[in-house]
Design a protein around this ligand. Structure first.
Ligand SMILES: Cc1cc2nc3c(=O)[nH]c(=O)nc-3n(C[C@H](O)[C@H](O)[C@H](O)COP(=O)(O)OP(=O)(O)OC[C@H]3O[C@@H](n4cnc5c(N)ncnc54)[C@H](O)[C@@H]3O)c2cc1C
Length: 275
């Protein structure tokens, strides 16, 4: 198994983080040699403190993709964009509505991004734990909820089995284009961010609450609450972990004071010691 120093400042989509030692499993066998460490996928839903200095396991080298007619096995490090590109070429539909989410298959399932846990194309999930080793499970659909999967931190998602609907490449391409266009119009997808900062409370969108508190465009250092979508914080240059945390806490405080609603973070925050 490879070990490498990775600069999380350039690896994560928000562009914040230290250089750390990262273990890069390249096969299922490699997973057996880990002790308890934090997993990262493609780093698109993470905010990592510059003082964070634990080892990480990065799943992006476990990235083989097997296709047999409309059946697909994707290892956890396969990016959704690559899987969707393959589906366009092969004329396979089922995941097009998720196009534009920049995560890996492992991150997607762990975060239940795009509600993947309820997607009927996803048939089985391959998992790993120290106790059980590698094992496959049927998708426990009822246990997935909004931005939440049933997996605890000791489970590594190794891969996923999909059964896609046969279609036509042009048709799949059109569906994908529609999903990406919708994202382009509503989200700052060309700026550095980690996607939505907060989960939407039950009856209202988090961005509306933040906007109503007058926080649109609010800045701290190079971090800014996006003018395009108030539930995004963008890094316009050299924003630090504390700049972003300041804005996150400000949103939580103002929204609570104004509406008595406690916003819950969607972004996964990895803090360093003493923070
Ligand atoms: C511009 C932009 C748009 C976005 N749009 C959306 C959207 O529309 N909908 C949406 O839901 N999300 C969206 N996101 C958020 C993000 O892309 C998703 O949550 C994505 O699924 C995270 O995947 P990742 O591989 O980057 O995971 P990471 O950010 O690397 O990790 C996220 C979490 O998943 C865990 N994890 C990752 N891989 C594994 C694994 N193999 N096994 C166990 N745990 C694992 C990590 O420990 C961490 O807790 C967006 C982000 C950006 C930057």
């Amino acid at each position: 198994m490879r070990q490498q120093k990775i600069d999380l400042h350039s690896y994560t989509s928000i562009g914040i983080g230290p250089k750390v030692d990262v273990l890069l499993p390249e096969s299922e066998e490699d997973l057996f040699s880990f002790s308890e460490q934090k997993i990262i996928g493609n780093g698109t839903n993470l905010l990592i403190d510059e003082n964070f200095n634990s080892n990480l396991i990065c799943m992006n080298h476990l990235d083989s993709l097997e296709i047999n007619e409309n059946l697909i096995y994707a290892e956890s490090g396969v990016l959704l964009s690559r899987l969707i590109g393959t589906c366009i070429r092969k004329g396979l539909n089922g995941l097009s509505a998720l196009a534009g989410i920049p995560g890996s298959i492992g991150g997607l399932i762990y975060m239940n991004a795009g509600n993947i846990g309820k997607n009927s194309s996803l048939k089985k999930i391959r998992c790993f734990t120290k106790e059980k080793g590698v094992y496959d499970i049927d998708v426990p659909r009822e246990k997935f909820s909004y931005r939440k999967s049933p997996f605890s931190d000791d489970v590594i998602i190794v891969g996923a089995f999909f059964e896609m609907k046969k279609s036509y490449g042009e048709r799949v391409f059109e569906d994908v284009k529609k999903a990406i266009l919708n994202k382009k119009q509503t989200q700052p997808i060309f700026e550095k961010s980690f996607g939505s900062v907060f989960k939407n409370p039950e009856s209202v969108s988090a961005w509306k609450l933040i906007e109503r508190c007058g926080l649109k465009g609010k800045e701290k250092g190079d971090a800014m609450i996006s003018r395009k979508h108030c539930n995004f914080i963008v890094n316009r240059g050299n924003a630090s972990f504390s700049d972003v945390m300041y804005l996150i806490e400000l949103c939580m405080e103002k929204v609570y004071n104004e509406f008595s609603i406690m916003l819950e973070k969607e972004v996964v925050v990895l803090r360093g010691l003493n923070r």
